[in-house]
Design a binder for this molecule. Structure first.
Ligand SMILES: NC(=O)c1ccc[n+]([C@@H]2O[C@H](COP(=O)([O-])OP(=O)(O)OC[C@H]3O[C@@H](n4cnc5c(N)ncnc54)[C@H](OP(=O)(O)O)[C@@H]3O)[C@@H](O)[C@H]2O)c1
Length: 297
């Protein structure tokens, strides 16, 4: 094996995890697969063809017999504490841990589990849809952004020559908040129980723009450099999207699973309060998202 290519383990072989695993497998770098549900293989459907990634998906950290240079974590943000025993089992001193998760608080969320090591956050730019436990439909070209740090080099090396494009951003804060705004307004899909087609309505467009302006004020207070045009650009993106394009938070709601409402929406209210910025729209949305996450009864 080429020693310049890092060894990789992937924790959380769901929609995003299967995409990364398949991209690595295609170029002969099949990662170790660690999850919660035992599976013999994963399948990624992309451009009308299926890529099978051989398993097994290990489900007990005690089953692991070695450590890895790079660990991708693609569980939901709500699953970090439950996943954490894998990190100790799979890490050596120099292992880079990269979170493939939404949100802008990944470093703080992982800090209790990394013994002082710094997490590499990322922005995941592609939609992937879970059709069943083993089958994921990749709906756009996969792309990640990571902060331009030394640890980013390990991710760039691991994914070089695969179908996943990776950018290293100097101003990662602005990129991460840009994506956070996109995710935050995607939360409206949960409350309407609709996919992207709902943004064609004038009243939803107006609500989305007002909410995005609220999020933008908080993002700027957090140091993101984003222009006044960003809310309109994000809404335009939803207008252009296929009407049946969902969101992982909508998929979770429809499956009755806990929602990532706190890292995608709650953060705007929390950080807004810290900066003394009023968040009247968040104040209405959040209790509804939180209650939906607790459901069904
Ligand atoms: N899907 C998208 O299009 C998309 C796009 C951009 C960003 N994201 C973000 O990417 C992250 C991952 O989302 P996703 O849609 O890929 O989620 P997902 O399909 O639900 O995948 C999560 C995976 O983690 C596994 N898991 C759960 N608990 C675990 C544990 N304790 N130990 C090990 N594995 C565990 C799940 O196993 P089970 O099979 O047992 O549930 C599943 O394989 C989220 O933060 C999401 O917001 C998603």
């Amino acid at each position: 094996m080429n020693s310049a290519i890092p060894s990789v383990a992937l924790i959380g072989p769901g929609a995003i995890g299967t995409t990364i695993a398949a991209a690595l497998h295609e170029v002969g770098r099949t990662p170790a697969l660690c999850g919660r549900t035992p599976l013999e293989k994963l399948t990624l459907r992309v451009d009308g063809k299926d890529i099978d990634v051989p398993g097994p998906v290990l489900t007990d950290p005690q089953q692991s017999t070695r450590t890895y240079d790079l660990i991708f974590v693609a569980t939901k943000a709500t699953q970090v504490a439950a996943m954490a025993p894998w990190l100790a089992a799979l890490s050596h001193e120099k292992t880079v841990v990269c979170a493939l998760q939404n949100g802008v608080e990944q470093k703080a969320a992982f800090a209790p589990y990394l013994s002082g090591k710094e997490l590499l956050p990322s922005v995941v730019w592609f939609p992937a849809q879970r059709e069943s436990n083993e089958l994921v439909w990749l709906r756009a070209s996969p792309r990640l952004t990571v902060p331009d740090t030394a640890a980013a080099g390990v991710v760039l090396a691991a994914l070089a020559g695969t179908r996943v494009a990776v950018d290293a951003a100097q101003d990662f804060t602005s990129v991460a908040w840009r994506k956070l705004l996109q995710n935050a307004v995607g939360g409206l899909m949960v409350l309407a129980n609709r996919r992207a087609g709902m943004y064609a309505r004038d009243d939803i467009t107006a609500l989305a723009l007002a909410y995005l302006r609220e999020c933008l004020a908080v993002a700027r207070a957090e140091g993101a450099r984003l222009s006044d045009d960003v809310p309109q650009e994000i809404v335009d993106g939803y207008h252009r999207a296929p009407p049946d394009l969902g969101s992982s938070i909508l998929a979770d709601r429809q499956a009755g699973r806990p929602l990532e409402w706190d890292c995608r929406n709650g953060v705007v209210q929390r950080r807004g309060r810290a900066h003394g910025i009023p968040t009247p729209i968040s104040d209405v949305l959040l209790p509804l998202l939180a209650a939906g996450s607790d459901g069904p009864g």
